[in-house]
Write a protein that binds this ligand. Structure first.
Ligand code: ZN
Length: 218
């Protein structure tokens, strides 16, 4: 089971300086966020240092912008895209579960991105992995306190990762799993568990957690 990490895990617009740390920590794959800097620059930098870009999280607001980004990604051999649920009809993109209201737009989508943090925070009674077993394409893995969408590292919050990983294992067919985690909050302040960590420490710890998740499903 392959687990990557988002390249903006230590802050927006820090992808370029963070990518070498991601590589040296042991990760082989990254997810690039479209709104965390120039998309093409981020992709080129990742590939230059030997990281595979397993997917791109798109945030384009218009169909035209989204299609342009997809075309750019395909130029670099990237074929996996994630979007928040939208009423726009776009093929080849995996839509992720957010909350009960937004999830209404998941109906009929051909590719599903399972987000475990949003699942247990916002819609714990749903069984997404059963419901979308046939369209499960990618997973976003992160933790929270079941009150706020914190995007902490797995095992720092209250989510039951034994249950989550067993659920994924039951339908797993080499899909990409991505730690979608943040050292800092939206105000650029470190989350309490990470306030004494350097970016390098944080990414090394993230890699240890990825290994722990992999070992849970061996
Ligand atoms: Zn997500």
């Amino acid at each position: 089971m392959l687990i990557g990490i988002n390249s903006d895990c230590c802050g927006y617009n820090k992808s370029i300086e963070i990518l070498p740390l991601v590589y040296s920590a042991g990760f082989t794959h990254v997810m690039i966020n479209e709104d965390a800097g120039d998309l093409e620059t981020q992709i080129m930098q990742a590939q230059k240092i030997g990281l595979a870009v397993s997917c791109v999280h798109l945030y384009g607001k218009t169909k035209k912008k989204i299609k342009e980004s997809i075309k750019l990604c395909k130029k670099y051999g990237i074929g996996n895209f994630i979007l928040h649920p939208t009423t726009l009809k776009i093929s080849g993109v995996a839509f992720e579960n957010i909350d009960a209201e937004t999830n209404k737009n998941l109906r009929g989508s051909k590719l599903f991105c399972y987000d475990c943090g949003h699942h247990y925070l916002n819609t714990p009674s749903e069984d997404f992995l059963k419901q979308f077993a046939n369209t499960f394409a990618i997973a976003h893995i992160h933790d929270n306190d079941l009150k706020t969408d914190l995007h902490w590292l797995p095992f720092d919050g209250k989510l039951d990762f034994h249950k989550i990983m067993n659920g994924i294992k039951a339908i797993y067919k080499n899909q990409i799993l991505v730690l979608e985690v943040y050292k800092i909050d939206l105000a650029n302040i470190p989350h309490p568990p990470y306030k004494n960590m350097t970016d390098s420490d944080y990414i090394k710890t993230a890699f240890e957690r990825a290994i722990k998740l992999q070992q849970m499903v061996l």
